[in-house]
Design a protein around this ligand. Sequence first.
Ligand SMILES: Cc1ncc(COP(=O)(O)O)c(C=O)c1O
Length: 291
Amino acid sequence: TVIASASEGLYSTISALVHPGDEVIYFEPSFDSYGPIVRLQGATPVPIKLSLADFRVNWGEVAAAITPKTRMIIINTPHNPTATVFDEADIARLKALTRNTDIVILADEVYEHVVFDGAKHQSMACHSELAERSVIVSSFGKSYHVTGWRVGYCLAPAELMNEIRKVHQFMVFSADTPMQYAFVDALANRESYLGLSAFYQRKRDLLAHGLRESRFELLPSAGSFFMLARFRGFSDETDSDFVLRLIRDARVATIPLSAFYSDGTDSGLIRLSFSKDDATLIEGARRLCEI
Ligand SMILES: Cc1ncc(COP(=O)(O)O)c(C=O)c1O
């Protein structure tokens, strides 16, 4: 189904499939809409924190959090905001944990075409056992640098999609027609999306190079167009205060990682985006080196 942005797809999917009393597991730090959409259905969000050491999923904690009320697990690979990606081991654990259950996987794969260093994107669509219980949501906004055009796509087995379309129809009826024609043309050129990993990997490396003499500790970025930077080594400010100071003093806008937690966890990290032209990245890095 062509959807009016991934945001719409996430909302339509969760409101079609999650009901009062259900529990939905997802991982924090997380994209900001998951928890509120679950709460709006009268269901209970069950956020599990990614390990602070490497921001990977602790599957033992997921196993412990699953109850008979668990209706859905939301995953996001490549991950916003931590730039981690699922590997084969994550897929194996996800298969084992959901086998013989009614749990639906909502896979937010909006950065599916932005995976670095030769790694392979682990789409739910590539694993038949997971595909049959998954709803995949993706976004043309990310693949074509047009976040304002608001078109995406949603894949799911027919019985799940029938329910999702009931919400989609009464919420937006359809995605914007002129934009759909535009994407049909754009998709004819496969390089436009198959070349994205190389496009963003170069920008990631440009930003990291520009920051090599800074006081920030950069965390690895394996996918998406984000990178986390640790400032705790040289400042005890809260991450929000630190971000405000960067905006005021350096005129560089970043996001405090605490904004991606429902309990405001602050580990002294900020999220940088390298979805910018080269000149902006070079100048932004130069200014951050002065902090
Ligand atoms: C992980 C994730 N999911 C969903 C979205 C929403 O995408 P869209 O702009 O298509 O609504 C974003 C946008 O930032 C995102 O980072």
